[in-house]
Design a protein around this ligand. Structure first.
Ligand code: SF4
Ligand code: SF4
Length: 82
């Protein structure tokens, strides 16, 4: 999963781009729910939030490092919820 750092300027553009509904407003700036972030695996070739963020504040979450297989499995689990 990816994460948003405190460099976020709350510009709102990433939230609607997330195919998994993983991004929401947190206490001070936007946050990514690790359980819903597939790093866009299953939907797109690259993370859509990273592609659109104007301040490059969305790195990998070091507490949620996952393989492509794990991300694919998360994607399939999220799709099964629909
Ligand atoms: Fe959503 Fe993709 Fe960004 Fe993860 S990488 S928060 S799934 S847009
Ligand atoms: Fe924050 Fe970047 Fe999302 Fe804008 S696009 S709300 S700066 S994380």
């Amino acid at each position: 999963a990816l994460m948003i750092t405190d460099a976020c300027i709350n510009c709102d553009v990433c939230e609607p781009e997330c195919p998994n509904g993983a991004i929401s407003m947190g206490a001070e700036y936007y946050v990514i729910a690790p359980s819903r972030c597939t790093e866009c695996v299953g939907h797109f070739d690259e993370p859509q939030c990273v592609a659109i963020c104007p301040v490059e504040c969305i790195p990998l979450n070091p507490e949620h490092v996952e393989s492509r297989e794990q991300l694919q499995a998360k994607y399939e689990g999220l799709e099964a919820e629909k």
